[in-house]
Design a protein around this ligand. Structure first.
Ligand SMILES: Cc1ncc(COP(=O)(O)O)c(C=O)c1O
Length: 390
């Protein structure tokens, strides 16, 4: 049953059970992504096959011999070792819990770090998973808004809130989905220093880390102590491997035990096949760099395509160009963008994300990670459709 057929917006917005809101973005995607003709709603890079990974020099030869047991519930030592090698050298494998995607890493992280009644600051707009979970557990959420036209992280406001309100936790999505902005290194250092001084914990969803177009910024975990900083990252976006469902959380050793314990209630362990493939990919430094470079190159090319294409829409749209990630916001004025997205899907088979799913009515989010040749054609169709709808 599709929202388009039923017109039932509560399939996207209503509560699933008391206080747990439907996760609008994921519901929207789940209901439509396999039936759309033109998929422009993805936030990651064109996915790779095992064969393509092998072409990067990654040896996955023994996969067929692998006994399909449960494996290691917090990730194999080899995979956790490979994960730590992406970061500064004093982290070790006991700082890492591997999860089924960054989504489960966020879940295990937030469920083990936040409690009912606590003050939690949330960077908005964001992927709405954590705000939904905070509402469910009855935490007191303080929203810290990135605003147009720059969508920059409001550092001064964050510092003020940390000093004055002494929240239990600050949750930040950076590089940010859906704005494509990221906090520069100097500002990140200031934020971390302020949090350290005030004994406030910072939790960064860094799933888009490594996709920065200009200056690669260090992970927050490289700039702060694990007692203050927790980060989540994974293979779904920049590396084009979402089907592996491999994400992870890096945090201090006490918290690792609690985050790991949450997984006993969810998926128990990452798939052993995914653990195996992921450890082969991540222990090959050249392949990691090549995948990050591929991500930046594809997005750069697709941004150029978009720049030419949106000219045809004139003042009907305001494009916001990303500095990281593989997506961009398009402002379309004072419009019901859920209705617009439904029409794009229903009449033209084109799937984009409605801003309403990010608390941003008046915007649509367009994925920039597709194969550039195909993207050119698909954007041509999107522009034609928008010309007649706007
Ligand atoms: C900010 C953010 N965090 C987490 C996720 C979940 O990613 P994964 O596929 O690694 O579970 C997404 C997916 O869109 C995301 O945008």
């Amino acid at each position: 049953m599709s929202i388009v057929q039923t017109g039932l917006k509560h399939l996207l917005y209503g509560d699933i059970v008391e206080r747990l809101p439907r996760f609008c973005l994921e519901r929207w995607q789940s209901m439509h992504e396999t039936t759309s003709r033109i998929l422009l709603s993805e936030s990651g890079l064109e996915p790779l096959s095992i064969r393509q990974i092998e072409k990067l020099g990654v040896n996955i030869g023994d996969l067929k011999q692998l006994p399909l047991g449960y494996g290691w519930t917090r990730g194999s030592p080899g995979l956790r070792e490979a994960i730590t090698s992406l970061y500064r050298s004093d982290l070790d494998i006991d700082n890492v819990v591997v999860a089924n995607g960054s989504a489960e890493a966020n879940y295990a992280g937030i469920m083990s770090m936040a409690s009912r009644g606590e003050k939690i600051v949330v960077d908005i707009p964001t992927y709405m998973q954590v705000p939904g979970l905070l509402k469910w557990m009855g935490a007191q959420t303080i929203k810290l808004r990135r605003k147009p036209p720059n969508w920059e992280f409001p550092l001064d406001k964050a510092v003020h809130i940390i000093e004055e309100e002494k929240p239990n936790l600050v949750f930040i999505t950076d590089p940010n989905n859906p704005t494509g902005k990221y906090i520069q290194k100097r500002e990140l250092e200031e934020l971390i220093n302020t949090a350290e001084k005030n004994n406030v914990k910072l939790f960064f969803d860094e799933v888009y880390w490594g996709s920065e177009q200009k200056d690669h910024r260090p992970s927050a975990i490289e700039l702060g102590d694990t007692g203050t900083v927790t980060v989540v990252h994974g293979l779904s976006k920049v590396y084009g491997l979402p089907g592996l469902r491999i994400g992870w959380i890096i945090t201090d050793k006490n918290h690792v035990e609690r985050a790991w314990s949450i997984k006993d209630y969810t998926t128990i362990a990452p798939s052993i096949m995914s653990d195996y493939v992921a450890s082969r990919v991540l222990s090959n430094e050249d392949a990691v760099q090549a995948l990050r470079e591929r991500a930046r190159r594809i997005v750069r090319e697709n941004v150029e395509t978009m720049k030419n294409a949106v000219k045809q829409l004139g003042e009907a749209v305001i494009p916001y160009w990303p500095e990281a990630g593989a997506f961009q916001l398009l402002g379309v004025g004072n419009k019901d963008t859920l209705e617009l997205s439904i029409e794009l899907y229903q009449r033209y088979g084109i799937l984009v994300n409605p801003g309403e799913c990010f608390e941003l009515p008046g915007y649509i989010r367009i994925g920039l990670g597709a194969d550039p040749g195909r993207f050119k054609e698909e954007i041509g169709e999107l522009v034609k459709a928008l010309s007649s709808l706007l």
